[in-house]
Ligand binder design. Structure first.
Ligand SMILES: O=P(O)(O)O[C@@H]1C[C@H](O)[C@@H](CO)O1
Ligand SMILES: Nc1nc2[nH]cnc2c(=O)[nH]1
Length: 290
């Protein structure tokens, strides 16, 4: 079933039936969920003992139309832990609602996933950041969500979580510390940062004025995903760790010679950094107590 054609809100019962569908087809019982961003899906290929499902074959899942997002859900082992990996994600700019975009996270909850690792590609707003940097996400600015487009709008099903969930420590402090320490041990200190991810709906990249606005607001990078997933995860009590690959630097001056962003460039840089992201996430998964 292609979730993009569903014209109703996904319910707790839908998530339950999707979880039951998956649990009846795999013996894996993951405690860690991972979502791979643009060009970063290679992580799923390092799992062993895998069971793989196309999104289009999973009831109630939407399928990604974006190059660099394979649309596969892969269960398997990574560093001795059982994980479930979304090789690619769906985005709101593809026409999906916030609830469709976050449906897999709610299914993860019903699979008894305790920790969600989110990855994405982003553009640098912070002028000290460079292309190819990795940023451990410590906070987000949910411009889309503040304007009312977020997965928690509508009836609240308290089986998932409370009506008014806090978001002031959305990115788990202990997990961030572990991630940053491991990045140092892996010799990545030179290009690993910690900062704030801002979410705009896309699919257009930002104007110069918008980049300057985001800079004033305190954003370090900007992207088109992740935040709805994190909101849904925190709502249902899943702890979150996030890593963003800075695939390009946002254009901050009008009429400058700076290169305009393109999805090809995003994919190219994502794939270039993919091995480092895989090393960091693999080591992280091996280290954390889930
Ligand atoms: O899924 P992510 O956030 O990694 O994808 C980014 C945002 C857009 O989907 C796309 C722009 O190139 O890459
Ligand atoms: N919004 C946005 N998303 C991105 N994803 C990768 N690069 C960018 C960018 O510059 N802007």
């Amino acid at each position: 079933v292609d979730g993009s054609v569903l014209d109703r809100e996904e319910t707790y019962e839908d998530a339950t039936s999707t979880a039951e569908f998956l649990l009846s087809r795999t013996d894996h019982r993951p405690t860690i969920g991972i979502i791979c961003g643009s060009g970063l899906g290679g992580l799923a290929n390092v799992l062993t003992d895998t069971d793989s499902f196309e999104f289009r074959d999973i009831p109630n899942f939407a399928t990604s139309t974006v190059p660099g997002h394979a649309s596969k859900l892969v269960f398997g082992s990574l560093q001795g832990k059982t994980v479930v990996v979304m090789q690619g994600r769906v985005h709101m700019y593809e026409g999906h609602t916030a609830k469709q975009v976050t449906f897999p996270v709610r299914v993860f909850k019903l699979l008894e996933v305790k920790i969600l690792i989110v990855t994405n590609a982003s553009g640098a707003i912070n002028r000290t950041y460079k292309m190819g940097d990795l940023m451990v996400i410590c906070d987000h600015i949910n411009l889309v969500g503040l304007a009312g487009l977020n997965p928690l709008v509508g009836d609240n099903d308290s089986r998932f979580g409370p009506r008014f969930p806090p978001m002031s420590s959305a990115y788990d402090n202990d997990l961030r510390s572990i991630g940053l320490k491991l990045s140092e041990e892996l010799g990545m200190k030179e290009f690993v940062r910690e900062g704030v991810y801002s979410f705009q709906s896309g699919p257009m990249f930002e104007t110069v004025g918008e980049c300057r606005l985001l800079n004033v607001l305190g954003a370090d990078v900007v992207g088109m995903s992740t935040v709805p997933e994190v909101v849904a995860a925190r709502h249902c009590g899943i702890r979150v760790f996030g890593v963003s690959v800075v695939t390009n630097c946002c254009v901050m001056e009008l009429d400058s010679d700076d290169q305009e962003p393109s999805h090809d460039e995003v994919l190219e840089m994502g794939e270039k950094r993919s091995a480092d992201v895989q090393r960091l996430i693999s080591k992280f998964v091996g280290k954390i107590i889930d």
